[in-house]
Design a protein. Structure first.
Length: 765
């Protein structure tokens, strides 16, 4: 939200009160409390009238500074904030000097300038990260045309020359957010606009720090778009809360962010395989689903999960959690047959109950839905036609409603479902409604998606244990605790494929470890080239799903070559699972996402600062999707000698490359001085990764050694060790765990198989 009109003027109706000096600073054992006046205090008369701001500086986690700003302290209800499951009271150091006070937490500190001239300076060691200074912190009164004055609080943090801003949730707009206006409100807008299903009020910069605005309700960001050398964030109300998070690099920032807001549990290994759905509005029944599954098997197309989308339930009755017996007369028997084929089953759900659902009257009578507030309908169930006619919205702040909803899902799990696609959760009213626990509906709008996914995920953990996984569209900050998330409604074009990737990179930059998207695009019918290139991109993502709106997404309906592409890349992903699942486990321990931007992996390479058409899949594998019908693709390789994973071709880094790839290939480059554990299985993602593994070594420097890890299918690490090179002699030592029937491979040459390791020594020359 822009409050100013250029550098000197204000918008009509705006009265701005900016922090002018730290008039008083109180040093406590764990915090600094600052009385910030909005004008310099020259004499006693200046202390009369006009707002002051109370600024509390503290630390919820080592390496994080929290700034809490408050105008009126008792004229607003209790506030909702982002869940900070890792918050504590770390030891801080406070120095209260004559001209400034400093609070330090680990590597980060904040200086408060005393007296006239407002200034908060955030440092990491001797390096200034960012500052709130002249006219940065402000209390704004805005008289609207409706005669109502609305109050806002904002702060502005400085941007240095060349500093780029990333993140702010799953945003499909340009990857670098400088110059953008970002409204932090969950909306069902698709991928082709500035709206987002997954808002996260967190941004990361290429200077190695991050800022989390600790607010549940709407936050408006002006990213170099009101003041070009500042990021402004504001909210309507009497307070503002944010955290500055130290680095010194993007990975370290995300590690601290997720230590504070929670990390993702490890999804089951089977979920990394291929998911196939019925699609949305297509005509389908048991015969259709069985035909798709059997035809995939006949064509030797590995399949791990089959998903039944909305119409597994009868029309007008979503959600009643009952199979439509016209198309699925014996669902339990059907699911048993599908399980016998080695498949897991996913079912579509949402948090709404249509008026025609048999559950509607029960939910309304028991008070399980969000209610209307004010006027003649006060206390009655809120209903809308915006999706299912007459639908109500489950109120997850009501423990009884949550248990009721979970009870129906529990029944589905008992009859053969394995997981749920938790769709929607964005079209939640923020005015004229009330919640069971009295929560502010404005602040609950974004948090609703969290509560919805948490209710489903916690049930899955209770029933399925470590097998728990959802496929969620909406979420908010800290939602990485309930994986996996997918990108929502995209179009069947190369442009939409690229915007989907931008959304994924933005989301993973906010600490979301796992992310997926609709292969081929959701809306429209994908041309063969789009479909086949999206298969490559989809299988080289953490999770991979074929899904569409009004047409089936099985490959033989596109063209025969699509079957070949799907087979090759599904099998490739299966071979990569010992490497990928180890990196997935690492993400649960550190918060560093499996799929990550080039900036996150190579923050010291300035060429990586703006790259949004390629990414890293773990630290060792670079992926550059092809976005052209011709197969031509431009990509950048950082310093060193890179090796194409499929062809073995070498390329020198520190430069751009242009290649043309057929549909059975794409730029997949192994980093220099890396090891990729290559599995023995091609037909499924979940197998014994420690047996038959080949440790593929890429451009290991003479005299150097590199660590390797091989995942365990049940989670954790099956084996880890190091590989050393002396001239053309390689020695691999398993320092922890066990590998069986394993080998080393260098430049396509493979060592003899070692039955069990131990140590394997081999000359590749």
């Amino acid at each position: 939200m822009k409050f100013t009109d250029g550098q000197w003027l204000l918008q009509p109706g705006v009265a701005a009160h900016y922090a002018a000096e730290a008039y008083a600073v109180e040093a406590h054992a764990d915090r600094l409390v600052v009385l910030a006046t909005t004008r310099p205090i020259k004499h006693r008369g200046d202390t009369l009238q006009g707002p002051t701001l109370t600024v509390t500086l503290s630390s919820p986690l080592e390496g994080v500074i929290r700034v809490s700003v408050e105008h009126y302290s008792a004229s607003q209800p209790p506030r909702l904030h982002i869940p900070m499951v890792g918050a504590g009271r770390p030891a801080v150091q406070i120095v209260d000097g004559e001209t400034q006070a400093t609070l330090s937490s680990g590597a980060i500190s904040v200086d408060v300038k005393k007296g006239e001239g407002w200034s908060l300076i955030f440092r990491e060691g001797g390096r200034v990260l960012t500052k709130s200074d002249w006219r940065g912190l402000g209390y704004i009164q805005w008289a609207g045309k409706d005669g109502i004055t609305r109050n806002h609080v904002h702060d502005q943090l400085t941007l240095a020359v060349g500093e780029n801003v990333y993140g702010l949730g799953e945003r499909f707009t340009p990857w670098v957010k400088n110059g953008q206006v970002v409204e932090n409100t969950n909306k069902d807008g698709g991928t082709a606009c500035e709206q987002a299903y997954k808002n996260v009020p967190f941004y990361l910069t290429n200077r190695g720090y991050g800022v989390l605005v600790n607010e549940a309700g709407p936050v408006s960001f002006e990213v170099g778009s009101e003041k070009v050398a500042r990021v402004q964030f504001s909210r309507e109300g009497e307070s503002l809360d944010y955290c500055v998070i130290a680095g010194p690099n993007p990975k370290a920032v995300v590690q601290r962010l997720t230590a504070l807001t929670g990390r993702a549990p490890l999804p089951p290994a089977w979920s990394f395989g291929l998911w196939l759905t019925t699609s949305f509005t297509t005509q389908y029944d048991e015969a259709t689903a069985t035909h798709f599954i059997d035809e995939m098997a006949r064509r030797e197309l590995p399949l791990s999960v089959f998903h039944f989308d909305c119409f597994w339930m009868r029309e007008f009755q979503w959600c009643d959690f009952e199979w439509d017996r016209r198309g699925f007369p014996e669902p339990e028997a059907m699911l048993k047959r599908l399980h016998a084929k080695g498949l897991k089953i996913s079912l579509w759900i949402n948090p709404y109950v249509a008026q025609q659902s048999p559950l509607f009257a029960e939910g309304a009578t028991q008070g399980y839905f969000i209610k209307r507030k004010g006027g003649p309908q006060d206390g009655l169930t809120f209903q809308t036609d915006q999706w299912q006619p007459g639908m109500a919205i489950v109120d997850f702040t009501n423990p009884a409603a949550k248990a009721w909803y979970q009870g129906h899902l529990r029944r589905l799990l008992a009859t053969g479902a394995d997981c749920f696609k938790t769709d929607f959760g964005e079209r939640i009213p923020s005015e004229g409604v009330s919640y069971f626990d009295g929560s502010d509906p404005v602040e609950m709008h974004n948090l609703y998606a969290l509560q919805y996914n948490q209710a489903v995920f916690e049930l899955l953990q209770e029933v399925q244990g470590q097998e728990a996984i959802v496929f969620a569209r909406s979420t908010y900050a800290s939602g990485q605790r309930f994986p996996v998330h997918w990108g929502g409604d995209c179009w069947s074009t190369f442009e939409s494929m690229a915007e989907s990737l931008r959304g994924g990179l933005s989301l993973t930059s906010c600490g979301f470890a796992f992310w997926s998207h609709d292969i081929g695009g959701f809306e429209g019918n994908p041309p063969p080239a789009v479909y086949k290139r999206w298969i490559q991109f989809g299988l080289m993502s953490s999770h991979s799903r074929l899904h569409g709106s009004s047409s089936y997404r099985v490959p033989w309906l596109i063209d025969e070559e699509s079957c070949d592409v799907l087979r090759v890349f599904t099998r490739l992903k299966h071979r990569l699972m010992p490497y990928l699942y180890a990196r997935a486990f690492e993400a649960t321990q550190t918060g560093v996402p499996l799929m990550r931007s080039m900036l996150m992996e190579y923050p010291q390479d300035p060429a990586c600062a703006t790259l949004d058409r390629q990414y890293q899949l773990g630290e060792s594998l670079l992926v550059a999707p092809v976005f052209t019908e011709s197969g031509e693709v431009d990509f950048y390789l950082p310093q060193g000698t890179w090796t194409h994973l499929l062809s073995g071709e070498k390329k020198q880094g520190g430069r751009w490359h242009r290649e043309t790839h057929g549909f059975l290939s794409m730029p997949l480059y192994a980093a220099p001085n890396s090891v990729i554990a290559w599995g023995a299985e091609t037909e499924r993602p979940d197998y014994d990764y420690g047996r038959g593994t080949v440790l593929r070594v890429f451009e290991l420097d003479d005299g150097a050694s590199v660590a390797f890890e091989v995942a365990a299918v049940g989670g954790g690490i099956a084996a880890r060790g190091r590989i050393r090179r002396e001239d053309r002699h390689y020695t691999a030592e398993v320092g922890e765990g066990v590998l069986r029937d394993w080998a080393i491979e260098v430049d396509g040459r493979r060592s003899p198989v070692q039955a069990e390791g131990g140590t394997l020594s081999w000359s590749a020359g």
